[in-house]
Design a protein around this ligand. Structure first.
Ligand SMILES: [Fe+2]
Ligand SMILES: [Fe+2]
Length: 153
């Protein structure tokens, strides 16, 4: 069997929190592809379930950090997240119909696509986050919009 644990240094972004989450996310997809290939649908189903919940949480957290940091590319990034979640859903759909032969290549595609997303789009954000200093709060914050006085750039 081909080794599918797909972590490599191009996925390391130098952002501790994101790197930790990406390690687990990639390991779950990798484990999913492996379980399908080994003919272990029950294990694959559990991995898929965990991957779905974990990815939703991870993407939501990432998007919130982007929003808090005033990241300009958030809308495009969010679309990429939605496309990845749609792929995961598609694999779930195939699983529900016991179409494991079709699910197997999709899981490998997902692994490749997620790797590209992390290496390119998440990296762009990590570099942005590194350049932007921690949020500073100015005294101009108003009661009507508590975020108004927060300077993030
Ligand atoms: Fe992302
Ligand atoms: Fe990410």
């Amino acid at each position: 069997m081909q080794e599918k644990h797909a972590w490599n240094e191009r996925l390391d972004l130098g952002h501790d929190a994101l790197d930790r989450e990406h390690h687990l996310q990639i390991a779950l997809v990798s484990g999913l592809a492996d379980a399908i290939e080994r003919g272990r649908p029950r294990m694959a189903r559990r991995l898929l379930e965990q991957l779905t919940g974990y990815s939703k949480e991870h993407f939501a957290g990432e998007e919130l950090l982007m929003e808090a940091g005033g990241y300009r590319l958030l809308p495009a990034h969010r679309q990429e997240h939605q496309a990845i979640l749609a792929e995961i859903q598609e694999i779930q759909y195939l699983f529900d119909r016991a179409e494991y032969d079709l699910a197997a290549p999709m899981a490998l595609d997902l692994l490749t696509g997620l790797g590209s997303h992390i290496a390119a789009s998440d990296r762009r954000f990590a570099e942005h986050a590194e350049q932007a200093p921690a949020a500073t709060v100015s005294a101009a914050a108003t009661a009507s919009d508590p975020d108004e006085g927060i300077v993030l750039a």
